[in-house]
Design a binder for this molecule. Sequence first.
Ligand code: SF4
Length: 383
Amino acid sequence: MVVIICPKAASILQHAIIPVQKYCASAGTMLYIYKGFMQLQKFSFNALKEFLEQQKEPVFRHKQLQQALFKEPHLTFHELTTLPLPLREKLISAFGDNLLPLRLLSIQKDTQASKYLFELQDKERIESVYMQFQEGLRSLCVSTQVGCACQCAFCATGKIGIQRNLTIEEILGQALYLSKTVTPIDRITLMGMGEALLNPHIFEAIHHFTATDEFQLSPYKLSISTVGIIPGIRKLTQLYPQVTLTFSLHFPNQTLREQWMPMAQHYRLEDIFEALDERVKLTHRKIYLAYMVMDGINNRRQDLEALESIFEARGPLRHLYHVNLIPFHPISHLKIQETHKSVVLRFQKQLKQRRIVATVRQSFGKSIQAACGQLSAEYPMHL
Ligand code: SF4
């Protein structure tokens, strides 16, 4: 389809990211020929690089774009005035005007945490949680999947089910949005919606987070949590031994764990700890064991004994395992009361008596449903 339209309409369409070609007609009049709706290219770091190569742009243009993406506050191509106008127009025609593949829908705030709800290009939604610690540390908890396949019974994300993996750019995009519009980020935790080690893009995302000419975060300031995806743990050990690893243990007994965390049927506790021990031996770095305390469910005498056996089995490596206790936060589909802090402190004391080092993790964002296990991005829950 070819439609001839006036210049004003053409300019509007250009901003609406519809490809328009200019043709010179008689006596200096410009006619604009609209070539019909074309599919925009999917935005990715690689597609951007290939596009510049196809356009035979000099290599430094890629560096300029990388700089704009990772180090400058711009959110759109048309703001990148360091690039020549014709190139900006071509980029907008190819990819649309947004530099990031997500847009902000809402922000909810409480005292120390803010929850960001983002919409992706295919209208799926994800959440990220920004936390400001008293020491001034600024941390962002990033999502890695839309929903989650693991279906842990105590988690709102698990109740959505898995919709899809996030792309590298969508994972990075959450942190870039915050660093461009709010504040630089000191620490990233890959602990939002989804099981990070089930997303095959996660390793390349870590590369972009830590590359010096990109997000430039020290790998020591990057944390990842897993329910125990053994191949992912081994790959992380191989590629990124410096990244901090948290294993979401929650239930120290295999049978109970399988009841609450269905993924445990595929990865047994003893096999997971074998992979964790390999990592500890290689890195000499601590592994954190996340333990969401649910009163009367996983803080009983037998749970203490099971935890003690796990620590004893670690032998000389036991001092490199550290338990992080998290109070259970209520979620709509689970009729379990919030765990009182005194219950968590009592459990911590009982662990200490068994020579198990445990700290109580600060809980942020409970009032805005932003704490551990509460992220749902407003999806309906499948009960
Ligand atoms: S706790 Fe983590 S792994 Fe389990 S369902 Fe929730 S997001 Fe997925």
